[in-house]
Design a protein around this ligand. Sequence first.
Ligand SMILES: Cc1cc2nc3c(=O)[nH]c(=O)nc-3n(C[C@H](O)[C@H](O)[C@H](O)COP(=O)(O)O)c2cc1C
Length: 168
Amino acid sequence: MELFDAIDSRSSAARLSEPGPTPLHLERLIQAAGHAPDHGRLKPWRFIPVNGAAREPFAIAAANAKRLRVPTLTDEQIQLERQKIMRSPCILVVGCAVKKDHAKVPEIEQVVATGAAAQNLFLAAHALGYGVMWKTGAAAYDPRVKAAVGLNADDHIVAILHLGSKVE
Ligand SMILES: Cc1cc2nc3c(=O)[nH]c(=O)nc-3n(C[C@H](O)[C@H](O)[C@H](O)COP(=O)(O)O)c2cc1C
């Protein structure tokens, strides 16, 4: 797909079905993401694929974190949180591992660079024909969810990208 066509036709895919990106495509998408502009070449981004069997522990961690954030939720509501993750063929968490107090590159620039990487990935996935939905929500700011994907509490989850085939 031509670049301007990809940019102009990009939209979120509210519903996704199997299959998710092939391992080769996933690798290619992550490579494309890493070409984002990056002040100081810090490569602050982290791409954490959560697909296949890895979805279950992540879904449980997200659901448990929600239970602790909102103790009044019913079991059914917690179950829904879990299903939101299990429904997507592939989740790619885009994290920013911040280098605190960097002499030249403030934290906001590291986060912005990571956002640019996430958008590269989104457009590249769209160009390959996949559906994508960029989410965050309270889960993205929860230290327990960050820990579940190997991030520190003061790192950032910039995107929880849901990837799969588009449902027409
Ligand atoms: C940083 C960021 C976080 C977002 N988080 C959510 C989210 O948690 N839930 C949601 O429904 N949409 C979220 N969105 C918005 C959607 O991804 C989408 O961009 C928006 O609904 C507009 O639709 P479009 O992408 O088709 O133009 C987020 C977008 C960004 C950039």
